[in-house]
Design a binder for this molecule. Structure first.
Ligand SMILES: [Zn+2]
Ligand SMILES: [Zn+2]
Length: 412
């Protein structure tokens, strides 16, 4: 318990001295708040605060492990039942987390242990353990590769979809580091406020390309098996898939024709031979997708499926659809890292470095380390550490190691 007490005290100090005033546009008086505390395992929700001062007073008193607030606005956010809160509207939220991304490093630095039978292994936990149990203790690690993957997915959403396709004003797009392994995008705008769950699902389907119908996008087989397709300069998915198809053909070599493996050798050779004219035809308006006998509608569909896979952002879908969901509060501390859930101006996003920019604690600390891999914090590399040795770390890195259960406080 000593460790939790120490972390609580550090978090309290942050809320006392460094917690920055929240943006007025957040309208905190209309939000429902939820907390997880260091010394109480049950989740506390249905809380509300009249203003920033009241919220801050609560935070510096409790120094919570995690603080959440609703994406929704309510007339009575503290009401205990959803239908008594009087829902006003909800921001549109996209949650991108390395937990949902296919990073290979997760199989190296993450591990889990079944809460029932104790079976443990590296990587993310399975849905169901061999013993039938579905709950696990998880050890997740924050690494640059995971963070970079999450960043790229986040960029995809606002650069490829929200701004060009949906015409969202960049000023209405709020991006935030989650404090752990991902980012949140929030659209705070009237146009999105009153969307129903169904409308949000449709929007998510559009972003992720779920259930996309290539015929609707303009790819189809007409009379005499002639294939028609969309043009390169069209907006949205139409242009995106056509550009992908163009690049796909451009990079095609005779050795690299996996997709066309069922074709005869002369046909394959012909495709390569005709590459320049295939590409030229794709740039025409209307474009001509029916160039070489052998490339059929189903080939094009396979190529376009690759385009969907490449361009669709991998987001945590239920978060975007649920209009009552709580998400981490801006500028609050994450209890798994001690890092700040940091709002990032859209122009600074590309250069944002969470393991530097979201650090709040300054100073040094000595800890008894557990066996732990090397990690970066700020400009410093720490570890790898061996079991039981006393080490000096920056306070921020030390708090991270404590939060990750990779260290303990020296006894004295
Ligand atoms: Zn088990
Ligand atoms: Zn990683």
């Amino acid at each position: 318990m000593e460790k939790e007490k120490f972390l609580k005290r550090m978090f309290q100090e942050y809320y006392k001295n460094q917690f920055k005033k929240l943006d007025m546009s957040l309208k905190i008086d209309q939000r429902e708040f939820g907390f997880l505390l260091w010394d109480n395992l049950s989740f506390q929700r249905h809380k509300s605060f009249k203003n920033f001062k009241e919220l801050t007073q609560n935070l510096l008193k409790s120094g919570p492990k995690h603080v959440y607030f609703s994406g929704a606005y309510y007339e009575i956010p503290e009401a205990l039942k959803m239908n008594q809160k009087f829902w006003i509207g909800c921001d549109f939220i996209a949650d991108i987390d390395a937990d949902h991304l296919p990073s290979k490093c997760k199989w190296e630095h993450d591990s889990f242990k079944c809460k029932n039978c104790g079976f443990s292994a590296k990587g993310p936990p399975p849905k169901t353990c061999k013993c039938g149990n579905t709950t696990f203790d998880q050890n997740t690690w924050v690494c640059d590769t995971c963070l970079e993957l999450a960043k790229n997915e986040t960029l995809k959403i606002f650069e490829n979809f929200l701004i060009p396709d949906l015409n969202v004003d960049p000023n209405d797009i709020k991006i935030k580091f989650s404090g752990h392994r991902g980012y949140h995008i929030k659209i705070q705008s009237k146009e999105f406020l009153n969307l129903s769950q169904d409308a949000r699902r449709e929007l998510v389907d559009y972003l992720t390309g779920i259930g996309i119908d290539f015929k609707v996008l303009g790819l189809y087989e007409g009379r005499k098996k002639i294939v028609y397709g969309p043009n390169l300069d069209e907006k949205g998915w139409r242009g995106r898939i056509t550009n992908y198809a163009f690049k796909f053909i451009e990079q095609l070599t005779y050795e690299n024709m996996k997709l066309f493996k069922t074709l005869s050798t002369p046909l394959k050779k012909k495709i390569i031979e005709k590459k320049p004219s295939i590409l030229e035809n794709l740039t025409k308006i209307p474009s001509n997708w029916n160039i070489v006998p052998g490339i059929s509608l189903s080939h094009w569909q396979e190529i376009l499926n690759l385009a969907i896979k490449k361009y669709s952002p991998k987001l945590d879908i239920p978060v975007s659809i649920d209009v009552h969901r709580l998400i981490r509060l801006d500028n609050s501390l994450h209890g798994k890292t001690g890092l700040k859930a940091d709002p990032i101006p859209i122009k600074k996003f590309k250069d944002y470095d969470p393991l530097k920019d979201a650090i709040v604690f300054k100073g040094k600390i000595e800890l008894i380390m557990k066996k732990c891999p090397e990690f970066r914090f700020g400009d410093t590399l720490y570890g790898p550490y061996s079991e039981g040795k006393k080490e000096a770390l920056s306070l921020a890195a030390g708090i991270y190691a404590l939060c990750k259960n990779m260290a303990s406080l020296p006894k004295n």
